[in-house]
Each structure stands twice: as C-alpha cells, then as structure tokens.
Design a protein around this ligand. Structure first.
Ligand code: SAM
Length: 279
C-alpha cells in the first residue's frame, strides 16, 4: 500500500495542484491523522462533518469509522480529486462550496483540519449547530486564545465567546513537518465539547457585543470602559449601573473576569437599556 506522503505527491502532480496557497496544507503524517480520528471517538452510527477535506487523507480515515461523512471543499480541483479517489462511495457525500455560506447537513461531530483564514467565523457557525463534539485543527496562537482562562495573556473575547458555548482544550500540537507543503506556522488540535453555558445570558448578541467592546481595551478598568463606551453600549446614563456593580468588579479589567462575571454585567446593562427604552 502506498504511504500517504507519496500518494499526496502523486495527486498534487496529477491534478496540477500547487498547495501552499488558499490555506492548502495537506496533513501527511499518518500517526497524527490516526490520533485526530481517535480523539473523535467515532461510533459506527455517527455522522461526521469535515470542512476543507482537501485531497481526502482525513476523510478516508473518517469513512473507516463513521456511518457517513459530509466533506465540504471549496476548491473544484480538490473536489475532483475527492470524487476520483473515493468514487461514489456510499459513506461519503462531497459538497462543493464555501463552508461559510452553505447550510450544513445534520451531523453528530465535526472533525477537520480547518482553513485557518476562516477559523473564527467557522467555529462560531459550528457552535450554533447541534453537535456533540468538535476535533478541530487551528493555528497554535488561535487555539491558545480559544482555550485561554482569565488572567492569562491569551484570554480574549474569542475565549469568552467560545467558552460560553463549550469546554475547550488543546489536545495536541502539530509541527510544520506533518504537512505537505509545510505551513509557516505551528498548528494545534482543539477538542470542543458543547454544553449549556452554566450561567444566564439574557441576550446572546448583546453579550457578545459587550465582550467585544470591553476587550477592545483589555487593560482598562471596567468602570472606565463602561463610561467611555456608553454610546456603543446603547445606554446614555451609566450612573445606576455603576452604583449597582460591586466596587471590586468595577476595578477589575476584562482580562480578569470569568465569562459568567462578564455575562452578569451584560445582563445588567441589557435590563437597564430595556427599562430606559420603555420610559
Ligand atoms: N483536510 C485536508 C488535510 O488535512 O490534508 C486539507 C486541509 S487544508 C488546511 C484546508 C482545506 O480547506 C483546503 O483544501 C482548502 O481548499 C479548503 N478551504 C479553504 N477555504 C474553504 C472554505 N471557505 N470552505 C470550504 N473549504 C475551504
């Protein structure tokens, strides 16, 4: 049997694909491919979504475990490769399109070596779906922000928003040499386990808006940030809110607050805003 590496070179040559551009770095390390699929703990009745299937190295392994795989790929040349490589396999549906634009079919788990240029948008699109697990590869720096805890340098609006939807952890780092052609960055695989938030958020959009606004100046104290951004937060008079919040909360910085504490502030502002609009 041919190794993945020589198979990749043959395919790239045959189809005149250069790789390296448009996020096209193909995973060729068989041990890592196996570990990624293993981490997904796929049951024989589960349906898997793969975003950016490329030439199908991960796809092939996912098909070996799952009931069905939906593989989305934007590049028509790579869609041709996937169809050539797997034919009309009953376990595979290749979807030609932009993963940000198409409606996802129903699926249980998502397993992907993602196109890094759409990491944030695609993650939040996925998190709004009903899924039980995500095993997703990102650029290491992005992965570190996704899983960061308060009081760490990587804690950001991305951490808060992702952790509102799911538990997240880095399960392995991937060296550049595991890909063909090698990317310029180190990668990491993140396990994303969706669960209910564990704290109340009255309005999801407003919560995310506020988190974005306060993390715009992550070193500014919450008191100053709320006062400075009251127009953006849609509230003219911050007095009541400032009076209602405990002093230690007002003196803390966004980077020190747990997602639940940020949600409390967002809920309070949202309630005041509703009241002001009614009066
Ligand atoms: N899964 C393959 C592997 O591990 O070898 C390829 C991964 S490569 C990093 C990302 C793939 O996503 C490329 O094949 C690229 O053509 C595809 N891609 C890029 N943007 C996309 C988008 N918006 N929607 C769907 N696929 C996309």
């Amino acid at each position: 049997m041919k190794g993945v590496c020589s198979l990749v070179y043959d395919i790239l040559r045959k189809y005149g694909i250069r790789g390296g551009c448009h996020d096209q770095h193909f995973l060729v390390d068989e041990r890592i491919l196996d570990r990624i699929v293993g981490a997904a703990e796929i049951k024989p009745n589960e349906v898997i979504l793969e975003i950016g299937a490329g030439i199908g190295n991960l796809t092939e392994r996912l098909m070996g475990k799952a009931a069905h795989v939906f593989a989305i790929e934007r590049d028509h040349k790579l869609v041709e490769v996937l169809i050539d490589r797997f034919g009309n396999h009953e376990k595979l549906t290749v979807i030609h399109g932009d993963a940000l634009e198409i409606d996802f079919p129903p699926f249980d788990k998502v397993v992907s070596n993602l196109p890094y240029s759409i990491s944030s948008e695609i993650t939040f699109k996925l998190l709004r779906h009903d899924l039980s697990l995500g095993i997703l590869m990102y650029q290491l720096e992005f992965a570190e922000r996704l899983v960061a805890a308060p009081n760490s340098k990587d804690y950001s609006r991305l951490s808060v928003n992702a952790q509102y939807f799911a538990d997240t952890s880095i399960i392995m780092k991937i060296p550049r040499g595991a890909f063909s052609p090698p990317p310029e960055v180190i990668s990491a695989v993140v396990k994303i386990k969706p669960r209910p938030a564990g704290f109340e958020v009255i309005d999801e959009n407003f919560f995310q808006e506020m988190v974005t606004i306060v993390f715009g100046q992550r070193r500014k104290k919450i008191r100053n940030s709320l006062l400075k951004n009251r127009k953006l937060l849609g509230i003219e008079d911050m007095k009541d809110i400032i009076n209602e919040l405990p002093k230690e909360r007002l003196d803390s910085r966004p980077e020190n607050l747990e997602p639940s504490q940020l949600a409390d502030i967002a809920n309070m502002i949202f309630r005041h805003r509703e009241k002001q609009n009614i009066l």
